[in-house]
Design a protein. Structure first.
Length: 119
């Protein structure tokens, strides 16, 4: 049974840094591209970052480019999101998800972790 568990979210101040983790189990982790999404109150869920199964192949939303870095450790079945220079508008529930390798479809989702950035 596939399971993705996010951790690391908390209340921080604007300008702070935070690293989120997403631990996967029940899937062949190294096979899947992994993404991070977020959903702010009253807004739709939006794409944040993606890392393919090959190292260094990443993509970011324009709103986080240059501030956030996605990475993965296949030996630990974990994907990370390093968030620097956080802004109040980064406040959201952050989700990780596993994507079908040759598709845009995300098959598995975590429950999310809350990140709150105070001004």
């Amino acid at each position: 049974q596939a399971q993705l568990v996010e951790s690391g979210g908390k209340l921080v101040q604007a300008g702070d840094s935070l690293r989120l983790s997403c631990a996967a189990s029940g899937i062949s982790f190294s096979y899947y591209p992994m993404g991070w999404f977020r959903q702010a109150p009253g807004k739709e869920r939006e794409f944040v970052a993606l890392i393919m199964w090959t190292p260094g192949n990443t993509d970011y939303a324009d709103s986080v480019k240059g501030r956030f870095t996605i990475s993965r450790d296949n030996a630990k079945n974990t994907v990370y999101l390093q968030m620097n220079s956080l802004k109040p508008e980064d406040t959201a529930v952050y989700f990780c998800a596993a994507r079908k390798r040759w598709s845009q479809e995300y098959m598995y989702w975590g429950q999310g972790t809350q990140v709150t950035v105070s001004s």
